[in-house]
Design a protein around this ligand. Sequence first.
Ligand SMILES: *[C@@H]1O[C@H](CO)[C@@H](O)[C@H](O)[C@H]1NC(C)=O
Ligand SMILES: *[C@@H]1O[C@H](CO)[C@@H](O)[C@H](O)[C@H]1NC(C)=O
Ligand SMILES: *[C@@H]1O[C@H](CO)[C@@H](O)[C@H](O)[C@H]1NC(C)=O
Ligand SMILES: *[C@@H]1O[C@H](CO)[C@@H](O)[C@H](O)[C@H]1NC(C)=O
Ligand SMILES: *[C@@H]1O[C@H](CO)[C@@H](O)[C@H](O)[C@H]1NC(C)=O
Length: 289
Amino acid sequence: MLFQDFLDAVLGLFLGADAVSSGAETLPPGAVKVSPQGNCITPVLYEGSPAGYMINVSGTQMYVTEPKGHVKKGHGLLYLSDVLGLAAPDNLILADSFARQGYFVLAPDLYQGHPAPDDHDRPDLGFNATEFLDAHPISITDPVVELAIKTMRTAFNITKVASAGYCFGAKYTFRFSTAEKAAAGLGVDVIVVAHPTNVTDEEIEARVAPASIAAGQYDMYMPEQRRWQIESALLATNYGASMDLYSDVPHGFAIRVNLSDPVARFVKQEVFNQHITWLDYWMPKVPGY
Ligand SMILES: *[C@@H]1O[C@H](CO)[C@@H](O)[C@H](O)[C@H]1NC(C)=O
Ligand SMILES: *[C@@H]1O[C@H](CO)[C@@H](O)[C@H](O)[C@H]1NC(C)=O
Ligand SMILES: *[C@@H]1O[C@H](CO)[C@@H](O)[C@H](O)[C@H]1NC(C)=O
Ligand SMILES: *[C@@H]1O[C@H](CO)[C@@H](O)[C@H](O)[C@H]1NC(C)=O
Ligand SMILES: *[C@@H]1O[C@H](CO)[C@@H](O)[C@H](O)[C@H]1NC(C)=O
C-alpha cells in the first residue's frame, strides 16, 4: 500500500465525511480514540454550521455552545480565539468540537466587534497589523477575559474553568492562571494552547495550572529559538506541562487548515486529541470552587 493510500484510508476512516458533516455522535468502526479517563474523542469538525448562540454581556458578544454527549457537569472551557475572532466560522466550530466532548464552551469576542479580516496576511489589502494590535492591548483584553470567566461561573454555574487559547488568545490563558486570579475566583484551572503569540516567559512561569502547548515547525511567530525558551519556561515550575511539536505545518494549524491537504487535516485532529486528553485528565483533579 502506498503511503498516500494508507493516509487516505486512515483519514477516511477517522475523519469520515459522513461522521463529520452529519455531526453524528457515533464513530465509524476503527475510529475510536479514548482519553485517559476512558472518554471517546469525536472527530474534530472541519466544516458545518455553528451549533451555539451569541449572548451580549454588557456590550461584549460571547459565543456559547452547550455540552453534548457525555456531559461533564460544571466543567467549562473558555475559548480564546485567534485574531479572526468570532467572525470566523472556524473558531465557532472548533468551540463546538470541544462541546461535543462534554464541555460547556464560552468564547468572548476579544476584539470589540473588529477582528482581523480573513486576509490579514495581505498588508496590500489595507490591514495594518501594528494598528490592530495597538487597538487591543492588555488593558482592554484583560477585562474582557475577566468578564467571560465571571459569566461562566455566575450565569452558567461553571465550577472548573479550562481555557483553550490560540495565537493572540493564548497569552490570556496564562495571564488568568496565576494564584492571584484563582484566589479572586477568576482563575483558569487547566490550559491548552496552540501556536501562541506574544506570551512571555514570566506569564508562563507564573501559572499554577497544568498547561499543554501545540507547536508547529513552520510557525513564523514561534520559531525554534522561541520554542526552546517556552519549553524552559514551562518546565520552570512544578505544574504539569507538555509541548507537542508538529512537523510541516504553518501558524494557524490548529484552526484554519487547507482542507485538501491530508497532513494538515490530520494535524488539526491530533492537536484536538492532545488538548482533549490533557483536559480530560486534569479537569477532574481541579478542586473546583
Ligand atoms: C449589547 O448590549 C449593549 C448594552 O449592554 C447594547 O448597547 C448593544 O447594542 C448590544 N449589542 C448587540 C449587538 O446586541
Ligand atoms: C501601520 O500603522 C503604523 C501605526 O499607525 C504606522 O506607523 C505604519 O506606517 C503603518 N504601516 C503601513 C504599512 O501602513
Ligand atoms: C505583548 O506582550 C507584552 C508583554 O506582556 C505587552 O506589553 C504587549 O502589549 C503585548 N502585545 C500585544 C499585541 O498583545
Ligand atoms: C450548580 O452546580 C453545582 C455543582 O455542579 C450543583 O450542585 C448545583 O445544583 C448547580 N446549580 C444549578 C442552579 O444548576
Ligand atoms: C492545499 O493542499 C493541496 C493538497 O496538498 C495543494 O495542492 C494546494 O496547493 C494547497 N492549497 C494552498 C492554498 O496551499
